[in-house]
Design a protein around this ligand. Structure first.
Ligand SMILES: Nc1ncnc2c1ncn2[C@@H]1O[C@H](COP(=O)(O)OP(=O)(O)O)[C@@H](O)[C@H]1O
Ligand SMILES: [Mg+2]
Length: 249
């Protein structure tokens, strides 16, 4: 399935590292369509998207509201399925996996960061971060230790026991990044991660995401309508009305 051959440079990659195309992409979309019924007709949120997200890159997909960005992320982590085409994660076709395998993949392989943070306001900072580890079977003690380490990496030492609403938006988004990392996923999906932040705290959040790729080798796929967010990515591709309009492939 994967043609052997020498790794080649990834077109459009403008990071300071030389990113080589691995045989197997972190995520690969092959002529993906996703249609939703709308006013008695089928409306295509995505129309024939073909895209490789390389392992370890920080790829930004830019597009206006309604261009299909969230749909693209939902298809990558298997919460949604394409109406046509295929999505491969580490070379594995999501359509050939059972619901159970897909749900396990979603929990272990992907960390997800949302525009509105989606934190639980009744839990403390540390509890929010450690919860997904406990749900994955980790002991309370181990998951809290991991949470404290991640919070410290993200500049939030000393805030572990704070209630969520004591934190600024930028701090809350860093808590959400720590939560996304707690099960050590190789891929981070970020849906408008700076959409609810002022530009200064947005910059801090984008620097954190860039570090996950550059220093930790994770794949970061971010979708955004904010042009400010794009300068932090290694590569930018535009999405308009469900179609990629630059880069791709
Ligand atoms: N669950 C859904 N049911 C019906 N239409 C949807 C659904 N999800 C997305 N859409 C439609 O698909 C298009 C793209 O949506 P979305 O991926 O959320 O765009 P974006 O994240 O770029 O704002 C929009 O026209 C939206 O109304
Ligand atoms: Mg969206």
């Amino acid at each position: 399935m994967f043609a052997p051959g020498p790794p080649e440079r990834v077109a459009g990659f403008r990071g300071d590292r030389e990113l080589k195309r691995d045989y197997v992409a972190a995520i690969e979309y092959l002529d993906v369509h996703r249609a939703f019924p709308e006013a008695g007709r089928q409306h295509e949120a995505l129309s024939g998207v073909t895209l490789r997200v390389e392992r370890g890159e920080f790829l930004a997909i830019a597009g206006k509201s309604g261009s299909g960005k969230t749909t693209l992320l939902n298809l990558a982590c298997g919460v949604d399925v394409p109406t046509a085409g295929e999505v491969l994660v580490d070379g594995r076709n999501l359509a050939e996996m059972s619901d159970r395998q897909r749900s396990l993949l979603r929990r272990t392989h992907f960390g997800i960061v949302f525009q509105f943070f989606n934190l639980m306001s009744t839990l403390s900072v540390e509890e929010n971060v450690s919860l997904p580890a406990q749900l994955a079977g980790c002991t309370v003690r181990e998951s809290r230790e991991r949470a404290r380490r991640l919070l410290s990496d993200l500049g939030l030492s000393g805030r572990e026991r704070d209630p969520i609403d004591r934190l600024s938006g930028g701090e809350q988004q860093r808590v959400a990044i720590a939560r996304a990392l707690i099960n050590n996923p190789p891929v981070i999906l970020a849906d408008e991660p700076t959409g609810n932040l002022d530009s200064e705290s947005g910059t801090v959040v984008l620097q954190c995401l860039a570090r996950l790729s550059r220093e930790q080798g994770r794949t970061v796929l971010m979708v955004t309508h904010s042009s400010d967010a794009l300068e932090f990515a290694d590569r930018v591709i535009h999405l308009r009305d469900g179609r990629l309009i630059a880069g791709g492939g």
